[in-house]
Ligand binder design. Structure first.
Ligand SMILES: NC(=O)C1=CN([C@@H]2O[C@H](COP(=O)(O)OP(=O)(O)OC[C@H]3O[C@@H](n4cnc5c(N)ncnc54)[C@H](OP(=O)(O)O)[C@@H]3O)[C@@H](O)[C@H]2O)C=CC1
Ligand SMILES: CC1=C(/C=C/C(C)=C/C=C/C(C)=C/C=O)C(C)(C)CCC1
Length: 312
């Protein structure tokens, strides 16, 4: 990959700088990795970007760098600094934080054109969220489930609008065990990550069904394997780290490469009106049958509503 000359390229055509002018985009986990690269590119395309991040210091640091890159690139007008890039605190491991975030956003924002459910945690030690959910299921699925539901009204009034969900190829190794969604009986960190990523896909398909006719589309993607901070909980012996770093440098995508499908689904006219689909490298891909099971998707939706306290 590294030497094939294909790395680091913006998507063909790269999108013209005005493509996202006048549009507001919310990206969760936008201070790091894929979310940060997605924010940078959508800013370059003229979008107004809201970064929904759990750590204000890290978010402000990333925002400062993004503003600097934007000005240096000369890709944007004078408002590159004020108003075009907004940092707001959002901890997906706390339903209280999600509700407070949405209440503030709905008071302040007249429109929301794109929601990118990007944030994620990967193979962390067994911990629970503030509300008692297994951390990976809580952050990767349930926090985004509540966030999306609370913002649906604004997305509908801003239609045509889009929701983009970042999943993973590793969904293939997960299944939804309704008897132990919080892994209290046994915890396997890899399996729980895969379960949360399968939940992302089932959520997308059920949401697409419920959004038919609203002009709000929702699609899900996998970014490939990308050099980001996601692997922070993987313990690598110190002496092996240089080798791992070399392997990731040679074979993993850069964040900009990994972010291309998120950017594509958020901005490309090619997918206007497309909903409920699974993408990789900016192309639609097939899903395994377990990710297309409508009854499991509906049951997961109903249980998720109860878990996050959405009253019918
Ligand atoms: N990297 C890869 O190879 C792959 C990544 N993905 C997916 O890509 C997405 C982005 O991850 P990636 O960029 O790789 O990893 P990073 O760890 O670089 O970024 C993850 C982002 O999610 C944020 N986050 C974590 N927990 C919470 C929380 N409780 N509330 C709010 N934000 C939170 C992180 O914030 P903070 O900086 O404060 O920790 C960070 O901004 C994830 O959904 C991941 O599952 C899918 C397939 C492969
Ligand atoms: C890059 C890298 C690491 C590995 C990260 C990995 C292997 C992340 C894999 C993420 C996947 C596969 C997510 C799928 O959804 C280490 C071990 C932290 C060492 C330092 C460099």
């Amino acid at each position: 990959r590294r030497f094939s000359g294909l790395r680091g390229q913006r998507r063909q055509g790269g999108g013209d700088p005005g493509l996202m002018h006048g549009k507001t985009v919310l990206i969760t986990g936008a201070n790091s990795g894929l979310g940060r690269a997605t924010a940078a590119e959508l800013l370059r395309l003229g979008a107004r970007v809201i970064m929904g991040c759990r750590d204000r210091a890290r978010a402000e640091e990333a925002a400062g760098q993004l503003r600097q890159e934007l000005c240096q690139a000369g890709d944007s007008g004078p408002d590159a600094t004020d108003g075009q890039l907004v940092v707001k605190e959002l901890d997906l491991a706390s339903l209280r934080s999600v509700r407070a975030f949405c209440q503030e956003l709905l008071q302040e924002e007249p429109r929301l054109d794109v929601l990118i459910n990007n944030a994620g945690v990967f193979q962390c030690p067994y911990t629970k969220t503030e509300d008692g959910f297994e951390m990976q299921f809580g952050v990767n699925h349930l926090g985004h489930f509540l966030l999306t539901n609370l913002l649906l009204g604004l997305l509908k009034s801003s239609a045509p609008s889009r929701i983009v969900v970042v999943s993973s190829k590793l969904y293939k190794y997960g299944d939804i065990n309704f008897e132990d969604l919080n892994s209290e009986q046994s915890y396997n960190k890899s399996f729980c990550y895969s379960r949360s990523k399968l939940a992302n896909i089932l959520f997308t398909r059920e949401l697409a069904r419920r959004l038919e006719g609203t002009n709000v589309t929702v699609n899900v993607l996998h970014p490939g394997i990308v050099q980001t901070n996601l692997g922070r909980h993987i313990h690598i012996p110190l002496l092996a780290r240089p080798l791992f770093n070399l392997v990731s440098w040679a074979f993993f995508k850069t964040p900009l490469e990994g972010a291309q499908t998120s950017i594509y689904l958020a901005s490309s006219p090619d997918v206007e009106g497309v909903s409920g689909r699974y993408f990789g490298d900016c192309k639609e891909e097939e899903l395994l049958p377990k990710a297309m099971d409508e009854s499991v998707a509906r049951k997961l939706w109903d249980i998720s509503e109860v878990m996050v306290g959405i009253l019918k």
